[in-house]
Design a protein around this ligand. Structure first.
Ligand code: 28G
Length: 666
């Protein structure tokens, strides 16, 4: 190798390397532990295998892959700042202040290690001594996959006093690793643009990316993540840094709720694994609120394990036994309730984040989002029992408070069971509610149910509908504030009872989405304050007690028009003020003469069956909006805000109306 080649690969002690100890750089770098390497053609042939999809999810995955590498460097203890920039044209730059990817000659591949990292697929195996790496894990496939799927990919490494650079197209290098200048810092900078021959879209959604960055900042306390969107007229920057880690995470989830412990319980234990080779970091944060639903989020090496797994089982088991041990210390309470409490009794109002970091995570389940490693169950269980036990001993007032809450829940559980049995008795056989005008179609996928407030609108809807596919349920009576109600009360509520029976799939734990009788559940309410109230309550009810119905995308809002405009023989229905004004303007109608011509609908009840059919119900001509619940944390926040004491944000939200509503189905 020529001296020049050596210099290019960072091996030569060239005269301008003044203050840099290159030999040290080489010793630190254990490059020879990379083993199984493959080319990148496989990635371009089957991109879905590597990034999940070629749609918007896969597009975002490209960014996450690069950022994950920077987070790995942070977890190894060498980096505390990650910057992300999205520029016009959807060029993405990710920058960290870690050690910089090694540029030295790779001992086996005989090219720069940087090139090995970027152009070879690292198939399986742990390939360095960073114990908790994400990249190489589930989707963590590494930078080379992003390189393979980019029509432009440039890396700049600050290392050994120099900036080392290389550029690729479609995963093929267009130059060699070379120096482009001097530097007094270390770190890695990657800039790429997705290849639109493979990816279906290049429009990154900044908010979606930021929720992941926020999550990463919670999960890796002390790491600063700064994201900038520079595609619009003004750059938009968000900074995420949480010194409290997942403790701040549970506070964030509980934001706006009334909590029982202001300062979340926080457990952080590192097992060095020397004794039994069971290395792990276990982090748990717990905060109770005064509500009835549960929000437990689990992570393994920064990956959200939506299906749970052994860490979650260990957490629940630890919580259950430590709570029952505590209960024995309060005879005053055991007198009132003698049975042991179950895990379900403990989940009302429970907000928790369980984050484990382990060397070799095994992902299982349908979506590979379930942790499999058996030893983690015992570790989390014993850590929770010990540390949470200590905490509860130290704070008896809090302990008594949550024990009382759990006993109330246990009593509710028993009452709910009885209520469910009653429900079954009431509605077996042909037992559909009297207020339901059902449809004749048998296939649930083709059936729709309109839930209508008020008898007069219900009457018109019944006459106007398509009897084969459209059922009408009119609601009456007093609505219950589901946010504040208990499961057993909800089952018995006179207004919700017919909804539960018509949908026909049970509620809460007993809800089975495969039994749902209609694949479109359409809430049809007036476009006024009362209407938005009923919409919100029904949605909250679905969110709390039939969440899979929302997740399946079965819930819709009907959009009745606000105005009918008649000009000559032409009739036009306008769905909002601006729609109305626009139509009037286009037809040259001035304000004075507008009034003879406009009919304002105060409610659905004012429309005759024919009008209701044309404007709101006919699948060919109506507008309905699908209610979409992607992010449980965010939705939870919206509902809390909607149901909370503060009136203003609720009003503003209802006016704007659209944050969690998308997908116009015209
Ligand atoms: C900015 C965008 C994404 C990274 C590093 C640092 C090292 C590294 C990355 O090494 C290669 C092979 C086996 C250990 C490790 C530097 C050790 C010493 C690193 C990133 C090294 C990978 N010095 N920073 N990779 N292994 N940042 N940011 O990708 O032996 S990737």
């Amino acid at each position: 190798m020529s001296e020049e080649d050596k210099a290019v690969l960072g091996l030569a002690p060239a005269e301008h390397h003044d203050n840099v100890d290159l030999q040290k750089g080489i010793d630190e770098y254990a490059g020879s532990s990379i083993h199984v390497l493959k080319g990148l053609d496989a990635v371009r042939k089957r991109p879905g295998m590597y990034i999940g999809s070629t749609g918007i999810l896969g597009l975002h995955q490209l960014v996450y892959e690069i950022v994950d590498n920077a987070v790995d460097e942070a977890m190894a203890g060498f980096c505390d700042q990650i910057n992300i920039l999205i520029e016009k044209g959807n060029y993405v730059t990710v920058e960290d202040n870690g050690r910089g990817i090694p540029v030295e000659m790779h001992p086996e591949e005989h090219v720069s290690s940087l090139e090995v990292v970027l152009s070879k697929l690292h198939a399986g195996g742990k390939f360095d001594n960073n114990a908790y790496k994400v990249s190489g894990g589930l989707h963590g496939v590494g930078s080379s996959v992003v390189n393979a799927l980019s029509d432009f990919f440039e890396v700049n490494v600050h290392r050994n006093g120099f900036i080392w650079s290389q550029t690729y197209k479609y995963g093929k290098k267009i130059d060699e690793v070379h120096q482009v200048g001097k530097t007094d810092r270390t770190g890695t900078v990657v800039k790429f643009h997705p290849d639109l021959q493979i990816m279906e879209t290049e429009e990154f959604n900044f908010d979606v990316l930021c929720s992941r960055f926020r999550e990463l900042a919670f999960l890796n306390s002390g790491v600063t993540i700064v994201a900038t969107d520079d595609r619009g007229p003004e750059p938009h920057t968000k900074k995420f840094i949480f010194s409290g880690g997942i403790k701040d995470f549970v506070k964030y989830i509980n934001n706006g709720k009334h909590v029982l412990n202001d300062d979340p319980i926080y457990i952080n234990v590192e097992k060095d694994g020397k004794e039994n080779n069971q290395k792990a970091i276990v982090e748990v944060a717990i905060q109770y609120n005064d509500r009835f639903d549960e929000a437990v989020f689990t992570f393994v090496n920064n990956i959200n394990t939506r299906e749970g797994g052994t860490h979650l089982i260990g957490f629940k088991a630890g919580l259950t036994s430590v709570i029952n041990k505590q209960l024995k210390k309060y005879p005053k309470l055991t007198k009132k309730f003698e049975e042991p409490l179950t895990g379900d009794d403990m989940k009302e109002g429970l907000t928790a984040v369980v984050s484990v970091k382990i060397p070799d995570p095994q992902f299982e389940g349908q979506t590979k989002m379930k942790l499999g490693n058996p030893y983690i169950q015992g570790i989390v269980n014993s850590v929770v029992q010990e540390k949470l036990g200590d905490y509860l001993d130290e704070f008896p007032a809090f302990t008594e408070l949550i024990l009382e809450k759990m006993i109330t829940a246990a009593k509710g559980r028993i009452a709910a069971r009885k209520a469910r049995e009653n429900e079954r008795k009431k509605f077996d056989g042909s037992g559909l509610p009297g207020k339901l005008a059902d449809c004749s179609e048998k296939d649930p996928a083709l059936r729709e149910i309109f839930i209508v407030e008020g008898d007069s609108a219900g009457g018109s809807a019944k006459q106007g509908r398509d009897r084969r596919t459209q059922a009408i349920l009119s609601l009456w009576g007093k609505m219950l504030n589901v946010e504040k109600a208990r499961a057993d009360k909800v089952v018995d509520n006179e207004k919700l009872q017919p909804v539960i029976a018509s949908i026909g799939a049970g509620i809460a734990d007993g809800f089975d989405v495969t039994r749902v009788r209609y694949h479109k559940v359409i809430i049809m309410a007036d476009a006024d304050v009362d209407g938005s109230h009923i919409r919100t309550l029904l949605l909250t009810f679905f969110f709390r007690y039939m969440r899979p119905l929302l997740e399946a995308g079965y819930v819709y809002f009907a959009m009745p028009p606000l105005f009918k405009i008649t000009i000559g023989t032409k009739e036009y229905y306008a769905y909002d003020e601006s729609d109305k004004d626009k139509y009037l303007l286009e037809n040259g109608v001035n304000e004075d003469s507008a009034n003879v011509k406009i009919q304002r609908y105060k409610g659905l009840g004012e429309m005759n069956p024919e009008q209701l059919w044309v404007t709101t119900m006919n699948p060919e001509t109506r507008m309905i909006t699908k209610v979409n619940l992607d992010d449980a944390v965010e939705a939870d926040g919206i509902f809390t805000m909607l149901m909370g004491e503060e009136v203003e944000p609720r009003r503003a939200f209802i006016d704007e109306n659209a944050v969690y509503v998308s997908n116009l189905d015209v």
